[in-house]
Design a binder for this molecule. Structure first.
Ligand SMILES: NC(=O)c1ccc[n+]([C@@H]2O[C@H](COP(=O)([O-])OP(=O)(O)OC[C@H]3O[C@@H](n4cnc5c(N)ncnc54)[C@H](O)[C@@H]3O)[C@@H](O)[C@H]2O)c1
Ligand SMILES: O=P(O)(O)OC[C@H](O)CO
Length: 423
């Protein structure tokens, strides 16, 4: 187990988000912060998008004589009272050192490590609200499976968040159906963390002066190569030397559990792109499952999907992506497989075909507020590919969007994806 020596300060962790995966990762992290008091403050703040919730009658917490069962209450009140997220992760006991906080600014203000974990459509607005409230030397990890697409550009969420907040952000992604991880069934994940070299330790002393752990001494302009290989000057604040160094070893200690095995790598692009693009492939796999075409058809979609994911990485992130990530890491092929077997994108796409209704209708009726990422990512990625004139080079990603739009027939999918050059 990692012990990094005695330090005057400890890391304080905040989870930004509290959905199905957000709450599960809060549980993982809170178990570790409690187990490593030499490195972390035990308390983990979890920012909750506040809503009024009644305990479902199916819940083991349901007690008709209690005010909590009959009346709608604030979700934060319920989480902090029962140590359970009754809406997004029901029937899972949460560690008592998780504190649900409805105030974004208050929840992040002391965090030295910010874990971003919520549906990707909300992150831009939340970063705007967070500006000015976070520590300048905080570091982040994005668990978001999605890509940040503007009219003609594509960015990893880790980098978009990092740019908006002026901090370095890595990524976590893997074959991680949240409910299974929450039940402590074995799984693996991949953490990608590759901060600019200044993070290696210590303040930059003023010439002839003694280093002090103040922001002034620790902030410097440093060269940083982003995931597209572009080198730019970024203003970044080093973490004070009083804190345990935030390196691969500490990342491992923060996320690894006996049931949740972590592999830390440096390929932020490969890890992030895998998590985003596999959601589109899962929608396509759900579609063919809905037609009852069998496992061979699903495997064919997964094969083409994996090749398109790798080609996408090579084409648009060629300078930094490690193509082996797609086939060697949990974030790559393993996440593709689990998502295409039982993920929400797969299940909702399958039901939409079986019931003859839109996937959005199924999402609304079946997910109790949880959100699909595959449908919006399909639209965003298609828009990006089309703007570049590359849509025909990614037939599965493109066809999935066109089927969602009613512009292509699902039954034609085998021909639509036949014989592309995916290498
Ligand atoms: N659930 C999984 O099994 C799983 C596993 C791995 C990764 N992921 C990824 O993790 C990320 C988060 O997914 P999740 O499963 O925790 O979320 P989720 O699908 O449970 O989404 C619901 C969350 O969105 C929040 N929300 C709703 N409206 C909001 C608003 N206006 N502003 C801010 N928040 C709002 C809700 O409070 C809730 O916390 C996604 O990128 C997802 O792809 C999910
Ligand atoms: O349920 P999905 O489809 O959002 O997928 C969940 C996870 O990403 C699987 O690793």
């Amino acid at each position: 187990m990692a012990t990094l020596g005695a330090h005057e300060q400890k890391h304080k962790v905040t989870i930004v988000g509290s959905g199905n995966w957000g709450t599960t990762i809060a549980k993982v992290v809170a178990e570790n912060t409690k187990e490593h008091p030499d490195l972390f403050e035990s308390e983990v703040q979890m920012w909750v998008y506040e809503e009024q919730v009644a305990i479902p009658e199916a819940s083991k917490l349901y007690d008709p004589s209690s005010k909590y069962s009959t009346e709608k209450q604030k979700l934060t009140t319920l989480i902090n009272h029962f140590h359970e997220n009754v809406k997004y992760l029901p029937n899972i006991a949460l560690p008592h050192n998780i504190v649900a906080n409805p105030s974004l600014q208050d929840s992040v203000k002391e965090a030295t490590i910010l874990v971003f974990n919520l549906p990707h459509q909300f992150i831009g607005g939340l970063c705007d609200q967070m500006k000015g409230s976070i520590l300048p030397y905080a570091r982040g990890v994005s668990c978001i499976k999605g890509v940040d697409v503007s009219s003609e550009d594509i960015n990893l969420y880790s980098e978009s968040i990092g740019k908006k907040l002026g901090i370095y952000v890595g990524a976590l992604s893997g074959a991680n159906i949240a409910n299974e991880v929450a039940l402590e069934k074995f799984s693996e994940t991949t953490v990608a963390y590759d901060p600019p070299p200044m993070d290696s330790r210590g303040p930059t002393p003023k010439e002839g002066g003694t280093p002090r752990a103040s922001e002034l001494d620790l902030t410097k302009i440093t060269e940083h190569k982003d995931s597209k290989g572009l080198t730019s000057k970024v203003r970044l604040t080093a973490q004070p030397p009083e804190l345990p160094p935030l390196d691969h070893q500490l990342m491992h200690t923060l996320f690894h559990r006996p049931y949740f095995h972590v592999h830390v790598v440096s390929d932020v692009a490969g890890v992030s792109l895998s998590g985003a693009l596999k959601n589109i492939v899962a929608v396509a796999t759900g579609f063919v499952a809905g037609l009852d075409w069998g496992d061979n058809a699903k495997a064919a979609i997964m094969r083409v999907g994996l090749l398109e994911m790798r080609k996408f990485g090579k084409m648009f992130f060629e300078n930094t992506v490690r193509t082996a990530t797609f086939t060697e890491e949990s974030a790559g092929v393993a996440d593709l497989i689990t998502s295409c077997m039982s993920g929400r994108n797969y299940r909702c796409a399958k039901m939409s075909v079986e019931r003859g209704v839109s996937i959005a209708e199924v999402e609304k009726s079946e997910l109790n507020g949880q959100m699909l990422q595959g449908t919006s990512t399909a639209k965003e990625v298609y828009g990006f590919l089309k703007a570049r004139g590359k849509e025909n080079e990614f037939p599965l990603l493109t066809s999935t969007y066109r089927i969602l739009q009613g512009e292509a027939k699902l039954e034609d999918l085998p021909d639509l994806i036949a014989k592309p050059n995916l290498f």
